[in-house]
Design a protein around this ligand. Sequence first.
Ligand code: BDP
Length: 325
Amino acid sequence: MKKFRIIALALLLILLPSTLFAQAKPIVLRLAETHPKGYPTELGDEEFARLVKERSNGRIIIEVYPGSQLGEEKAVIEQVQFGAIDITRVSISPVAAFVPKLNAFQMPYLYRDSDHMWKVLKGDIGMELLASLEPFGFIGLGWFEAGARSFYNSKKPVYTPADLKGMKIRVQESELMLGLVRSFGAIPTPMPYGEVYSGLQTGVVDGAENNPPSYYSASHYEVAKYYTLDEHTMVPEIIIGSKISLGRLSKADQDLIKKAAMDAIDYQRAEWDAYVKVSMDKVKAAGCTIIPIPDKTEWMKAVEPMYKQQTKEIQDLVARIRAVK
Ligand code: BDP
């Protein structure tokens, strides 16, 4: 009996620290980010990770991998779908290839302004679209700001859509963006973000389109100095999790992660505004030709037919978005 008690005690001493250790081991989730450290979306990711760590008392750690370390966006989205990457922050543009409904959010000249877009994203429609990602293998966590996208090129100043005619323009891997560039009479060339700089430099493409922070931070301004502020789209960024990997966590932990992503939005938006100013100052100082387009009527006219070409589902969503006051 005594011998049995000694063995039991010894076992307890051996097992106790290992169970304590097992409990203390955090859940580590990898988040893929295209942009480099310090870019507003990356800072937003860091804030999201900080909130998750703090609110879970260090039980859940999100490791941010910036600068496309885990791959370009399309490949990363696929890996998230398969559960090989846990979370990513990407533009909704390439996600729409997997979840077509999202195209509604990147229609040209859709939002009245950024406030209108944020009312949509944080309201019922935004929540509905995040939830609609689940059947496709993703858990929609939240949105980030990405401002407005405009054309830039290495050839000449562009003042009207007619000036774009025949130009080869890089687009994201998105059907809708291919159509948009064609509406302006230009030739769309889909290409991963990481290849755009050399594409512009070697003349594989004449131009591309993006917001001021990307134009500046990816150094595209060095090789495409004409930037026309036509602001054709406002394409929100999205944070998506893998249904396979996040699905293994408890409902409470999934909710904690979702809430943290939503709560990181305001921080990211403030960082965004600051970085837009820095970017514009830098590209002006570098001698880029910035062409403001105060009256966008003819730009809007050129893309108007795109609205009629959309599915009924998207047309209905567009109508609801426009009705948000
Ligand atoms: C930037 C987005 C990034 C996209 C990139 C692109 O933040 O997620 O990958 O555009 O054009 O604005 O591919």
